[in-house]
Design a protein around this ligand. Structure first.
Ligand SMILES: Nc1ncnc2c1ncn2[C@@H]1O[C@H](COP(=O)(O)OP(=O)(O)OP(=O)(O)O)[C@@H](O)[C@H]1O
Ligand code: NI
Length: 323
């Protein structure tokens, strides 16, 4: 456990809504080791972004952390003062948003924005203009964009969606950091570009020996990119395993349903997927949140929340009736 760099413990995040609290994140546990690539996989609305935004305390005002800890190098980020939190954001952990356009400021050039990231990464050191420009150029080149000078002088609206997403990656990597959180980079893009962006991210993270938390809907994408997978359903982590083990021996009925959605080269038509949808987070039913959609649900599943059980050293599942 000495290798553990970031760990989320029993995190609960609720949103205040006019109908009452939406109890979205329901006691999530998640760990990332030094240099490890971890995936968080689950369908839309299951709380991936809410969980990830909690790490850097970037959730909207109406989000409320009901309980839990987020330990980074042993210190609880949720309890840090503002100055310490800023330092972590500038130097330790970067997050690439699901929406690149929202992450870039429309009134500043790309160059101005990248130079700001460099400038504030070390407030004691004074970078010269030339130093900052050369770092910015290297960052743009590293994400496979040619003509970096022109790009640095451009405004976000002058760039394509794929370029903006690359710029966001460049901004996340321009300062050496320990952890990169990538929230579905590429969802807004076509599949070929998405794939290129995933590869690029994977290679850059490996080159710099950073840890990666990759959020995605798709187990297929996670399989290509990460060492270990956390499967998330309706605010709960329901299964954690090394990527290969998860594919060889999926245990949770939800994971098995998700795997049916991964397209197979051998064909076999379109799978049925998982029937139903993520339940409401306002006044959620007791018990396992997957019970209403689960082919294996029994009485106990509707009454008690299953806790995480280790089946192997590195494989755990939260289910009363797993395979
Ligand atoms: N500001 C908010 N106020 C109220 N509810 C919210 C707010 N933001 C998100 N939610 C709700 O929290 C739940 C989880 O949303 P979240 O964005 O974390 O899911 P996600 O897993 O990242 O989904 P996606 O894959 O579509 O990005 C959803 O039901 C969503 O409607
Ligand atoms: Ni999301």
């Amino acid at each position: 456990m000495t290798n553990e760099l970031l760990s989320i413990k029993d995190l609960e995040v609720w949103y205040k809504t006019y109908r009452g609290y939406a109890k979205v994140v329901n006691g999530v546990n998640l760990t990332v080791n030094k240099g490890e690539k971890v995936g968080v996989v689950g369908e839309s609305g299951c709380g991936k972004t809410t969980t990830m935004k909690s790490i850097l305390r970037m959730n909207v005002q109406s989000a409320y952390v009901n309980s839990g800890e987020i330990l980074y190098s042993g210190e609880n980020i949720l309890k840090m003062n503002e100055a310490k939190l800023q330092e972590i954001r500038r130097r330790d952990i970067a997050m690439i948003s699901q929406e690149p356009s929202a992450a870039l400021n429309p009134v500043f050039t790309i160059g101005e924005q990248i130079r700001d990231v460099i400038r504030y990464s070390d407030t004691k050191k004074k970078f010269t203009k030339e130093e900052m420009q050369s770092k910015a150029i290297d960052a743009i080149k590293s994400v496979m964009i040619s003509d970096p000078e022109r790009i640095l002088a451009s405004y976000p609206y002058q760039l394509s969606g794929g370029m903006k997403q690359r710029i966001c990656i460049a901004m996340g990597l321009v300062v050496p950091r320990n952890v990169l959180i990538a929230d579905e980079p590429g969802t807004a893009l076509d599949v070929t570009i998405q794939d290129q962006i995933h590869r690029l991210l994977h290679n850059l993270v490996e080159e710099k020996d950073m840890s990666l938390i990759m959020i995605t809907h798709s187990l297929g994408v996670a399989r290509e990119l990460v060492d270990r997978i956390h499967v998330m359903y309706a605010g709960d982590v329901v299964e954690v395993a090394k990527t290969d083990d998860l594919f060889k021996k999926p245990l949770h009925p939800y994971t098995i349903g998700l795997l049916d959605c991964v397209p197979k080269l051998s064909g076999g038509g379109i799978s049925e997927g998982i029937y139903g949808y993520v339940p409401s987070y306002i006044n959620p039913a007791p018990g396992c949140r997957f019970a209403s959609r689960c082919p294996k649900a029994t009485q106990i599943c509707r009454e008690q929340k299953p806790s995480m059980t280790s089946v192997d050293a590195e494989h755990s599942v939260a289910c009363f009736n797993y395979q």
